[in-house]
Write a protein that binds this ligand. Sequence first.
Ligand SMILES: [Zn+2]
Ligand SMILES: [Zn+2]
Length: 569
Amino acid sequence: MSATPTDILREREDNAAILAAARDGLVYLPLGGAGEIGMNFYLYGCAGKWIAVECGITFADETMPGLDVIMADPRFIVDNAKDLLAIVLTHAHEDHLGAVPHLWRKLRAPLYATPFAAGLLRAKLAEAGLKDEAELTEVPLNGHLDLGPFAIDFVTVTHSIPEPNALAIRTRFGMVVHTGDWKIDPEPLIGKTIDKARLSAIGDAGVLAMVCDSTNVFVQGEAGSEAEIRENLVEVVSRYKERVAIACFASNVARVESAVHAAMANGRRAALVGRSLWRMTEIAQACGYLQNIPPFLTEHDVGYLPRNEVLLICTGSQGEQGAALSRIAANEHPHVVLDRGDVVLFSSRKIPGNEKSVYKVRNQLARRGGQILTDKDARIHVSGHPARDELARMYHWVRPHIAVPMHGESRHLIEHAEFARAAGVAEVLTVTNGDCLQIAPGAARVVGRAPSGRLGVDGSRLIALDDRLLSARKRMTFNGAALVTVVLDKKGRLLADPQVSTQGLLDEQADETAKTAAAVAAQLAVEKLSRDDREDDGLVEDAVRLAVQRSLKAARGKRPLTQVHVVRV
Ligand SMILES: [Zn+2]
Ligand SMILES: [Zn+2]
């Protein structure tokens, strides 16, 4: 769909309103992550300057054929890139920094992250050929950053990865606490516990707005601790004499360390299977984590050890194609084989949208005689996001005047808004991607909508997800394609029978009748046109396309992507 003049006018007015609000006050403008879980991308504007918080991705599903990585369309801030002071990353999860290699050339702003995220980012920038171009500054834990009108304190919290940060963003209009992803883990195993005293002190100083994680707002109680999972893994592994594999997220370094503890406590040695595990553990060790454990075995070493002396730590808990666990389950791994009776522990949850691929892997493992344990069978996973009791404590510490839920689908944001109201927050606003919220001065309100959308990595380039190219591809995927060739003379007389060929729609041999009917429909469509119209290629194409689609729809119930070639001789 192309923009109408009214759309263009409205976009221009909205744009002017947003820029004015960001010049004269403080605004929050999410481009990704508000209305979905994934592809986080939040903007803050003040005194005419902007900072981006996060630059993340999400994964494509079957409605996006040919694409695998999706991210927020940053068009609004690309148009204002000269005023973009920085891209600040709160932690190293892909939904927070995975889009940096794809979008940095459009944004060209300095990057800021704490050491672990910076380590991962450096590797990603190098892969993308941006090592020398992109300026990346490491911020120490609990460090401070002055960026024009923004004075930012990093506040270490707890989550499911090393070094998660909340940001206390001070401006002359007041302070915003952007929580990032967090939970309250009393024993995170890696890194310190959440700093209640510091968060309370920030609350004492007066917080204008808190923009807060909504992922687990429907979950009662507390998320639970990594320490509890460590104990449980040690116990669960002790039950078996067979080979044991633990599937978990490579970025959950505490969990990886727990798997190593479970191995050591049970006379086993831990092997890493999967590239991202090697990368993450190397970065973690460079940052001073994972120090007091023996070196990991490689996948080559595994075959030489008796079954009960090895513990495999695998990537692929989401059933990702090509990841270690998928290859092992399909018996296609070059070095690692699971035998009948071997055990796979899923120390992870299914990310919504991954159910099919997770079940596929579990079914394959089950067919091969594997024993499978998930967090339903034993408590071997905890979430990294705050459940309701933790949210209540955060609101109690920070005491914001305004609450703005983020990092959630609409239902999470709305429930979180209810929660914040019940917690006594004076102003609560639910905004989704593209809404520009004026936080100050005056009562918080949405002042305009910025263009928002999604970009997908298509081969070697980025395309907009409403792109005509993608809708054509989708149509082709779901409905097949037809190609019609019509040969006319200069006056528009048909010189031969129209030729119809199809892809993914008809069985070329068996469906001769449907094809002939389509060709006849094309012929009639041309003949029905007036002599003048027949001299116009565009009109001939349109008439033939419609007629052929109608004919194929009648024959097969599908309207394929149809291309018409008009040949004049
Ligand atoms: Zn996260
Ligand atoms: Zn996240």
